[in-house]
Ligand binder design. Structure first.
Ligand SMILES: NC(=O)c1ccc[n+]([C@@H]2O[C@H](COP(=O)([O-])OP(=O)(O)OC[C@H]3O[C@@H](n4cnc5c(N)ncnc54)[C@H](O)[C@@H]3O)[C@@H](O)[C@H]2O)c1
Length: 388
């Protein structure tokens, strides 16, 4: 009876608070107990229908310390790998958060899905397109929920971009410029997992580039990418002066700190993209979406993390007069990570589609993969996403 009611549950009460049915608790595990796992843990702790039952990390003792520091007791952590944890049937896991570095996204995701466990996978989807395809195959075979960790999607201002495009006010969209970056912001606060090839695989391109791509591709309905000309560089990452106190990081740097691309999308849209962890300018430009009836400008942020940097503007000519409309910043409150975790849990509980589905993010990944391939070959490449 409770299950039946759940399926029709309206999540918001009259005060617009999220109503959570606690009749059924979801048993959650965390794979990879580093920096971002802390945000997952904090959100799971706020959910009254969650029991955090297990966690693991490749580094011995790290998972146990992570849960102790996080104030959660009774979590099983004596696993040497994600496989050992997922093989432990006594856990009866409903879902896992995969918070491992990029090169360890595909393996744990595939294994979890094969074990019939729902997956919240951190962004970027994977490192290569081939890996993402394998994850999607496992998802399809399992029938489980796989959601990719793009929490900026849940920001009301980001959602406004899609509403503006969907309203038709811009007319036919034909050109998009997107990207962003930091003047100096190579992420090494907790070591080198973001900058070593063996752990990260891709640098700024995937780390923050995936957000820029999601911002605009989601708005225009995730058209299929067709071709890409890409460029990557590592001038700052390879410079010991970039790391005061840790000049040795320069030798370990094996990814990109800047990337740019020209992408053709199905439907005749051109996508002009650039992204930087470090550069000698404040911003490589705002995001702009040009349509036949109007244009939209989305201000960039100093510390690019996939958000809207200020009030957006719509440019339109009416009766021969050039007009500008400001789209005010929407302050809807609420923590984006909480929303990300809640929407994933609801998808698991009520058999709803993944909040950020692989069927969209595969195109995001295909572009990242295309940029990396094109940069290596020094010429334009075709993007082919196999049918899954
Ligand atoms: N959504 C966001 O806002 C956001 C923010 C930061 C990072 N991230 C993403 O989260 C991922 C992790 O980033 P981080 O900053 O937490 O990195 P991190 O290096 O701090 O933590 C990763 C942890 O995963 C562990 N690990 C790796 N492979 C494992 C495996 N197979 N089994 C168990 N443990 C394993 C590592 O030992 C490490 O402790 C990255 O892919 C990153 O892009 C997302």
């Amino acid at each position: 009876m409770a299950e039946k009611m759940d399926a029709k549950l309206d999540y918001k009460n009259q005060q617009n608070e999220v109503v959570v049915d606690t009749n059924r608790k979801l048993r959650i595990g965390i794979i990879g107990c580093g920096w971002i796992a802390g945000a997952h843990l904090a959100s799971y702790k706020k959910m009254p229908d969650v029991e955090i039952v297990a966690g693991c990390d490749l580094i011995p003792g790290k998972a146990a310390k992570f849960f102790k520091d996080g104030g959660v007791e009774g979590v099983k952590t004596d696993y040497a790998s994600h496989k050992e944890m997922l093989d432990d049937e006594s856990l009866q896991l409903d879902a896992v958060s995969i918070c491992t570095y990029n090169r360890q996204h595909a393996g744990p995701a595939i294994y979890a899905l094969q074990k019939g466990v729902n997956v919240m996978l951190e962004k970027p989807f994977t490192v290569t397109l081939d890996e993402a395809v394998e994850v999607m195959k496992a998802e399809k075979e399992s029938g489980k929920v796989l959601s990719i960790g793009f929490q900026p999607r849940l920001d009301a201002n980001m959602q406004m971009i899609k509403k503006i495009v969907d309203s038709g006010e811009l007319g036919q969209v034909y050109y998009i410029q997107t990207g962003g970056g930091r003047r100096r912001g190579i992420p090494t606060p907790f070591g080198t997992t973001f900058i070593e090839d063996k752990t990260a695989g891709l640098g700024a391109l995937a780390d923050i580039g995936c957000y820029s791509l999601d911002m605009v591709l989601n708005a225009v309905g995730y058209p299929k990418p067709l071709t890409v000309t890409g460029y990557k560089s590592d001038f700052f990452g390879k410079d010991p002066a970039t790391y005061p106190g840790h000049p040795e990081y320069a030798d370990l740097f094996g990814v990109d700190d800047f990337a740019a691309a020209f992408v053709r999308l199905e439907g005749g849209i051109i996508l002009d993209f650039r992204i930087a962890w470090a550069m000698n300018i404040n911003t490589p430009g705002d995001t702009i979406i040009l349509g036949t009836k109007a244009g939209l400008r989305i201000p960039s942020t100093d510390c690019w993390n996939g958000t809207v940097g200020g009030p957006m503007k719509i440019y339109k000519t009416i009766g021969g007069v050039d007009m500008e409309y400001e789209v005010p910043i929407i302050k809807d409150g609420g923590d984006l990570f909480d929303k990300k975790i809640r929407s994933f849990l609801d998808a698991v509980k009520y058999n709803k589609p993944a909040p950020v589905p692989s069927s969209q993010i595969i195109y995001n990944q295909a572009i990242l993969d295309g940029i990396a391939r094109s940069a290596k070959l020094g010429k334009e490449v075709k993007i082919q996403v196999p049918k899954i």
